[in-house]
Design a protein around this ligand. Structure first.
Ligand code: URA
Length: 230
């Protein structure tokens, strides 16, 4: 691969910026003799390339986990704050996988891996998503049973079977295997209740854990692998 293309892929430099960085001596290829050239060939698998003394890592796709706060819309652009304002610009093609409402908090996967994103959202895949739900009124055992077996949210089909249980704090933990518009809120309305706070705790094999509200991190290799196998 040409060195300027490699700099484009790893450091998001344009061809012109890459040529300029090389000309200014900001780029070094470990072990190579003489000054670098934009059109010189490097092997991304074995060559170590540094920009301003920092080793560049070649990664074809990026996988990020965001702890979305309320107040941000799930979109790649818009006139108001979007989740992308909270995400480092590691790639030009990042997009959120699925959506959380503006007032919902929690785990949002952001990637530039288009085929994985589509696969995870496909109704065929039924990736489980667990939500912590605070409701206006307490839920009865009968309400939980109804949420588990499927409720009428005004569409042709009832909701698919879900998991519903109360946590130690008296909040509902609801795991869904589909993703319809405002699904959690509409399911709670269907049992005569109302969501007052909503947070997504997990998405497939990914767990939000103790990631700080508003923070974003790269998935570990194990997490990315588990997601690809989900
Ligand atoms: N269900 C909802 O109602 N809202 C969300 O943000 C996610 C799931």
């Amino acid at each position: 691969m040409r060195l300027d293309k490699y700099l484009g892929d790893t450091a998001l430099l344009t061809r012109k910026e890459a040529a300029e960085a090389i000309r200014r001596g900001r780029v070094t290829v470990e072990g190579a003799a003489g000054p670098c050239k934009p059109n010189q060939n490097i092997d991304p698998a074995s060559d170590v390339v540094l920009l301003d003394g920092e080793v560049l890592r070649y990664q074809t796709c990026h996988y990020l986990m965001l702890h979305k706060p309320a107040g941000f819309i799930t979109a790649t652009e818009g006139s108001t704050l979007t989740v992308m304002d909270l995400v480092p610009k590691v790639s030009k093609n990042l997009f959120p996988v699925g959506r959380l409402d503006k007032d919902t908090e929690g785990l949002l996967l952001i990637t530039d891996d288009g085929s994985l994103g589509h696969r995870l959202l496909s109704p065929k895949h039924h990736v489980g998503k667990t939500y912590e739900v605070h409701t206006r009124a307490p839920l009865s055992g009968e309400d939980l049973d109804r949420l588990r077996s499927g409720v009428d949210i005004g569409e042709k089909e009832l909701t698919l079977p879900a998991e519903a249980a109360m946590d130690g704090e008296g909040h509902l933990l609801l795991t869904l295997y589909e993703g319809r518009y405002h699904q959690v809120k509409r399911m709670l309305l269907a049992v005569g209740n109302e969501v007052v706070y909503l947070k997504r705790l997990s998405f497939g094999p990914l767990q939000l854990g103790d990631l700080t509200l508003g923070a974003c991190r790269e998935l570990t290799e194990e997490e990315a692998e588990a997601l690809r196998n989900a």
